[in-house]
Design a protein around this ligand. Structure first.
Ligand code: ZN
Length: 172
């Protein structure tokens, strides 16, 4: 281990566990870790929305706080050009093509881009490259339940590997 004094506050290279509740402007709960394991993320790697990540910097285990995140620091502003109509045949034959399903497509530079199906009408599929929460101000209630140093593998991969150190490959 490094000989430098270990810090227990949240900074780049720490795996952080949080319980959270996410509400919209109307106060409706959109997502919550309640009843589940806390969410683990690697700080400084963009695993969570920027506004939430920034609000966690320097916090310690036990911290409880609320933060309001603007769309630009959340899931982005809505871009009307993100809504497109494509034929059913542009999806793999065995794909589950229905409203609400998330897919990835290759962007112009070969990068992965997420898209969500919003409507299916016969052979015509309406997709939206905007995140379903784009344009929303996000209201988070957060409880920090764990902070630890990330392993080398976790830093290299840019995400945490779970409490038992197993490496699970999953879509991010
Ligand atoms: Zn990994």
């Amino acid at each position: 281990m490094a000989s430098t004094e270990p810090s227990d506050s949240i900074e780049k290279g720490k795996v952080v566990s949080i319980h959270y509740t996410l509400r919209n402007d109307a106060g409706e709960v959109l997502d919550s870790s309640g009843g589940r394991e806390p969410l683990d993320y690697l700080h400084g790697s963009g695993n969570i929305v920027p506004g939430l990540e920034q609000s966690l910097l320097g916090r310690r285990v036990g911290a409880k706080f609320t933060v309001d995140v603007s769309p630009s620091l959340g899931f982005g502003e809505r871009d009307p050009r993100g809504v497109q109509r494509v034929p059913r045949s542009s999806f793999p034959k065995d794909a589950d093509v229905k409203a609400g399903e998330r897919f990835t497509a290759s962007g112009p530079d070969g990068e992965e881009m997420a898209l969500w199906i919003t409507e299916v009408e016969g052979d015509e599929v309406t997709v939206d490259f905007n995140h379903p929460l784009a344009g929303e101000t996000l209201h988070f209630e957060v409880h920090v339940t764990g902070v630890r140093a990330a392993s080398k593998d976790e830093i290299a991969h840019g995400h945490p590997h779970g409490p038992h150190g197993h490496h699970h490959h999953h879509e991010h």
